[in-house]
Unconditional design. Structure first.
Length: 94
């Protein structure tokens, strides 16, 4: 996922991937993100509500949602979210 992010998402400043952790053990979640060398922002379980993501939190992981600034879900699923993000930003690399 890191390579895909660096190739497809990072060059597009109008799109960002945010990891929302469903792990109740914050230390384990942080360790996992560090080991995976995630280049994207992460929101820990205890900050989901403050980040305005509580209504979008999946019940299982992994789950992928593409949302706009207003929080409207534009696509669900890894492939659909990536495809939609790329179609919306086609030709808009940084």
């Amino acid at each position: 996922m890191v390579a895909l992010y660096k190739e497809k998402i990072a060059p597009r400043p109008s799109v960002e991937m945010i990891h929302v952790s469903l792990d109740f053990n914050q230390k384990a979640a942080l360790s996992w993100a560090k080991e995976g060398k995630f280049p994207w922002p992460a929101v820990p379980m205890d900050k989901i509500e403050a980040a305005g993501l509580s209504g979008l939190t999946p019940r299982q992981a992994p789950a992928y949602l593409l949302i706009n600034r207003r929080g409207d879900v534009l696509a669900k699923g890894k492939d659909a979210a990536l495809e939609k993000a790329l179609s919306l930003t086609d030709g808009k690399k940084g």
